[in-house]
Design a protein. Sequence first.
Length: 399
Amino acid sequence: MSAKNTAVIGLQFGDEGKGKLIDILAESHDVSVRYQGGNNAGHTVCVNNEKHVFHLLPSGVLYQDKQCVLGNGMVVNPVAFLEEIANLPKNHAKIFLSDRANVLLPKHIDADKKKEQTKKIGTTQKGIGPCYTDKISRDGVRFCDYWSEDFEWDVFEKIKPYVCDTRALLQDALDKNKKILFEGAQATLLDVDHGTYPFVTSSSTSIGGLYTGTGVRPKDLKVIGVAKAYTTRVGEGPFPTELNDAIGKSMREIGQEFGATTGRPRRCGWFDAVVVKYACEVNGADEIALTKLDVLTELKEIAICTKYYRPNPFIADSEIINHIPSSAAALEECVPQYIYLQGWNTDISKIKKFSDLPRTAKEYVSVVESLIGVPITYVGVGTGREQMVRKANNHKIKK
Ligand code: IMP
């Protein structure tokens, strides 16, 4: 029997295509929830050739008979929130904003921009870090106290109808056996604890953030990790499999790898099984959705990183490791060790059944699955809602 509730979490450095999977899954859930981050996220959903990008709202918002929740773990810019609602198609889900979420104010954006001039993280400059800093140091303003802040009353008046105790709402939904979809933003390697600190975002992007960011504990929960068939990263920080060559450039162009929030070109590179295995462990992922396989079409040979060669200053020899070192500086020094697989040169974007993929594409998916040890149940072959091939979960994983 399939689980009642689902969490979708990024397994790399963000932009894995979570929005599309969430949009697909939202149809079979009653409530969609964001639980961390703010409008630094950019989740893209393509329906009937129309592109929608959501920064704050859960990607399930396009279903009119559903509920959408922005949980207490989020930092919410009220002006951006209202703007996003104003741009929605007429029929959309009912939206609820947690009264315990922190209000992201103009001073946070100013502080973010100022700090970027000296400590370069490559943030989205949306004020996320400074707003979380105020939250943790107990200087923040929450929506339940928003009226006490010295600011524009018209914004407050417009926000008021959306604000409620979303923890109680979610608990009630669980008690009534409704199905909840939890939508992670950013990704595990950008987690403030488990990511490549300090080149991370300021929230808990992995599974722990779901609990603190909603105040409920869904007992029957399936965790689907999302990974791209290659890797991208935007902003600064270590990226062992980065390609600064023609292949990286073609991945960027074919995969349209430009930030949905900032428009910045994303850094591109080969699939890193060390990163994805680590992220699956951190989140206890039950399944993987492997997205954007079509972007690799026409590459003669495709590399997968399976371990790192790590220079070790304390021993004469260097070592081979298959885990993520805690220090970003140490990860920066790691040299990826690759295996090489044969590519395919037929268009896979219209394929509906996994068995119809070219032999070498199936082989690629199966090798990734074996390296990670978690079943791949979705394979993305294009940007559209319908371009997500289901793959049976009964695959015997080779260890
Ligand atoms: P911040 O979240 O704006 O503070 O940025 C911190 C780091 O996280 C930067 O490297 C950003 O590029 C990255 N980041 C934040 N949000 C996203 C996202 O939604 N996708 C990918 N990277 C992100």
